[in-house]
Design a protein around this ligand. Structure first.
Ligand SMILES: *Cc1c(COP(=O)(O)O)cnc(C)c1O
Length: 225
C-alpha cells in the first residue's frame, strides 16, 4: 500500500466513523478530492483507489489535470472570475462557488446546449467576513430565487468555508449555522439536496451537521508545497 492509498483509506474511515457517530448513511456523503497543487499521477492513483469526484480551485490547473482522471466528475470550487465563466461552464459538472447572480447568469447562458444543466451551489459567507467570497446569509434566499429561474443551471445547495476554529465546538457551531440556513431555504421551497461543507480539519463536524459533500485536500494528498 502506498502512502496515498493509506491516506485515502484513513479519510474514508474518518467519513464512515463520523457518519456512524450521528446515525447517517455513509452513502449520502461524497468525498471530493481537492486538486490544488496535486501532481496528476496522484490524482490517477486516487481515482484507482475509488475517488470519483475532484474539485479544482484554479481553472487552468484543473484543465491540465483532467486528462489524468478520465470519466471523473469535476467540481469548480474556486473563485469564479467573470471572464472565465464560459470555460468553467463547459468543462465542469458542478460549480460550488456561485455568490452573485451575474455570474450565475453567465454560467447558464454559456452552458453548452448539449450538456445537462450545470449543478451549482451557492457559496455562503457564514461568518460575515465581508472580505471573503460568498453571499451574506441574509441574501442567500434572493440569490437562490434568481438562480432557480435560470434554464441551464440546477441549484443543488449551499457551500461554505467557515473560518478556522481550534476547538471542535467552534467548528460544529459554524457548520450548524450553514445547516440552519440550508434548512430555511428548503422550508422556503427550494429543492436542495447538497450541503458542501467540511475540509480536512472539520470533516467530522461537517458530517455531524449534515454535509453531503466533503472537500478534502491535505488529508488525502499531504501538505501543499
Ligand atoms: C483547499 C480547499 C479545500 C481543502 O482543504 P484541506 O484543508 O486541504 O482539506 C476545500 N475547499 C476549498 C474551497 C479549498 O480551497
Amino acid at each position: 500500500m502506498t502512502d496515498l492509498d493509506a491516506r485515502i483509506a484513513a479519510v474514508k474511515r474518518r467519513i464512515s466513523a463520523a457518519a456512524a457517530a450521528c446515525g447517517r448513511d455513509v452513502d449520502g456523503i461524497t468525498l471530493l478530492a481537492v486538486t490544488k497543487s496535486v501532481p496528476a499521477a496522484s490524482l490517477t492513483a486516487a481515482q484507482r483507489a475509488g475517488v470519483h469526484d475532484f474539485g479544482g480551485n484554479y481553472l487552468q490547473e484543473a484543465v491540465t489535470q483532467m486528462d489524468a482522471v478520465p470519466g471523473a466528475t469535476w467540481h469548480f470550487i474556486g473563485r469564479v472570475q467573470s471572464n472565465k465563466t464560459r470555460e468553467i461552464a463547459s468543462r465542469f459538472a458542478w460549480v460550488h462557488t456561485v455568490d452573485r447572480l451575474r455570474v450565475a447568469e453567465r454560467l447558464s447562458s454559456q452552458r453548452p446546449p448539449s450538456a445537462p444543466p450545470l449543478n451549482v451551489c451557492i457559496q455562503v459567507d457564514i461568518d460575515g467576513e465581508a472580505t471573503k467570497a460568498g453571499v451574506a446569509s441574509g441574501d442567500a434566499a434572493a440569490l437562490a430565487a434568481g438562480i432557480a429561474r435560470l434554464p441551464n443551471l440546477r441549484l443543488r445547495g449551499l457551500m461554505a468555508i467557515p473560518r478556522p476554529h481550534e476547538d471542535d465546538r467552534g467548528k460544529l457551531d459554524a457548520c450548524m449555522r450553514v445547516r440552519a440556513l440550508y434548512d430555511r431555504l428548503r422550508d422556503d421551497g427550494f429543492d436542495l439536496d447538497t450541503l458542501s461543507l467540511g475540509m480536512s480539519a472539520d470533516l467530522e463536524q461537517a458530517i455531524a451537521a449534515g454535509a453531503t459533500m466533503v472537500r478534502i485536500g491535505t488529508a488525502l494528498f499531504g501538505p501543499r508545497t
